[in-house]
Design a protein around this ligand. Structure first.
Ligand code: ADP
Length: 246
């Protein structure tokens, strides 16, 4: 039986007195590739921060079967934040340095890297199709290439779950599909469970297995076949659904 990696039950969250997440319940199982879709301000980043343990909500959360408060293995969750791919060309770090900085056990920046670290950097970069760029400056790369490098940075700690906040922002339209294909390969070939957040309702690609449509509340949760049967009109209605009406 598949393990449940994330379990949310009746989760609610307020900033000061303002309710931004209301009664959220769903599970993420091992092997899922979940897209959390919703407009700007719908609570997507807040929900990710809750899963990452950065905010404390009401309700019940379990991570890898353990109650949230006693969960000890933060390194099992890799995270790439929003706009991590926005370095300008003068930024003085190589791709290798960026990826290596993701190691939980740090290697001194000016020390020679041990052989196994170099192998891990290479493996992480080749998993995202960026191994040929290892000695390039991060700022010289396109938005999509930078995003891949930051995913490699998260992969180097060998997480079981990868969490991505708006990863397609800053990626050229023509490159979005190949970006999703790369994530699909991480999901299927490397058996990595993925949660990503997007405000782009057109995005859910053929690589995604499940969709949660969020607008303060979960308006839909199901697998991609069920999501694809929903009419565009309905999805646009959800998109416009006001959180303030809650
Ligand atoms: P999304 O990621 O879907 O754009 P967010 O989770 O960032 O949505 O925000 C949800 C709501 O919470 C928005 O109305 C936003 O203005 C508000 N919000 C986000 N962060 C804070 C904060 N630190 N303090 C107060 N309100 C916040």
């Amino acid at each position: 039986m598949k393990k449940t990696f994330v379990e949310l039950q009746n989760v609610s969250f307020k900033y000061n007195s303002r309710l931004v997440l209301d009664d959220i319940s769903f599970n993420v199982n091992e092997g899922d590739f979940l897209a959390i879709v919703g407009p700007n301000g719908s609570g997507k980043s807040t929900l990710l921060k809750i899963i990452l343990g950065l905010l404390k909500p009401k309700g019940e959360i379990k991570l890898f079967g353990e109650p949230f408060t006693s969960f000890q293995h933060r390194e099992w969750i890799g995270y790439v934040s929003q706009k991590s791919n926005a370095f300008n060309s003068a930024f003085p770090a190589t791709v290798k340095e960026v990826v290596q900085s993701g190691l939980t056990k740090k290697v001194g920046l000016f020390k020679k890297l041990p052989k196994d670290t170099i192998k891990r950097v290479n493996d992480a970069l080749s998993a995202v199709g960026m191994d040929k760029f290892i000695n390039r400056n991060i700022g010289e790369l396109s938005g999509g290439q930078q995003q891949r490098v930051f995913i490699a940075r998260a992969l180097i700690s060998e997480p079981k779950l990868l969490v991505l906040d708006e990863p397609t922002v800053g990626i050229d339209m023509k490159n979005v599909q190949s970006f999703y294909d790369m994530l699909g390969e991480l999901n299927k070939k490397h058996n990595l469970t993925i949660i990503l957040v997007t405000h782009d309702i057109e995005t859910p690609s053929n690589q995604i297995s499940h969709v949660a449509f969020l607008n303060g509340r979960i308006l839909f949760y199901g697998d991609i076949e069920q999501y694809n049967q929903i009419s565009k009109e309905q999805i646009y209605k959800w998109y416009g659904h006001s959180v303030r009406a809650m």
